[in-house]
Write a protein of this length. Structure first.
Length: 202
């Protein structure tokens, strides 16, 4: 029995090192007060320990969470990081909607470029009777993001993009909403580069 206890001790020590790596010390601490020489008690706890290790290796140690604003374009939902947003207003292009991806509007007396996200992402759902523009800042300048509707604020857990969207310019990730649907997170800086690139070719 002494040999079995010694092997168990080494096994638990190895597991403890894994738990230290994955910040699961409280679990191994459950065994130690009872004395690891108690083989029966330790053996019964091992399945729980191995399950915890499996979960720790499967899940990320940290999650990126941002405050975002949900917006809708057709049937699709997107998230704009709240830290980039300056204001929202009704979209009133001076010369009507010309169907261009990028153009300009006057907002608060300032002449600003905008990107029509419906055109950029090639969303062909029915057009609403009115649209809104979200004025955002990319640190260097301001621009407008034209959307169909502003829904409201939402705390967003960022998940990596799937294969379908990983090459789509202007997206930084995705998130799962409370109803189980997926919203795509907009990358303001990449969208700003699209506008600057377009202006450079005009």
């Amino acid at each position: 029995m002494q040999l079995m206890d010694s092997r168990l001790y080494r096994t638990l020590q190895h597991i403890a090192r894994w738990m230290d790596t994955y910040y699961l010390d409280p679990i191994i601490g459950f065994l130690l007060p009872a004395g690891i020489g108690d083989f029966a008690s330790a053996f019964m706890a091992l399945p729980f320990i191995f399950f915890s290790l499996f979960m720790a290796k499967s899940l990320p140690l940290t999650l990126a969470i941002i405050e975002g604003m949900l917006v809708q374009i057709g049937a699709s939902t997107f998230v704009i990081p709240l830290s980039n947003i300056q204001e929202c207003m009704e979209f009133k292009p001076e010369h009507g909607d010309d169907g261009k991806v990028c153009s300009h509007i006057t907002a608060r007396g300032e002449f600003l470029p905008y990107i029509n996200l419906r055109e950029w992402f090639e969303i062909d759902d029915p057009m609403p009777t009115s649209q809104q523009v979200v004025i955002v800042n990319d640190q260097d300048s301001s621009l407008g993001l034209v959307v169909d509707k502003v829904i409201g604020n939402n705390q967003t857990v960022i998940k990596p993009l799937g294969d379908l969207y990983k090459n789509a310019e202007g997206l930084s990730g995705a998130t799962v909403l409370g109803d189980g649907s997926v919203a795509l997170i907009l990358d303001v800086f990449k969208l700003s580069n699209v506008v600057k690139r377009t202006e450079a070719t005009v």
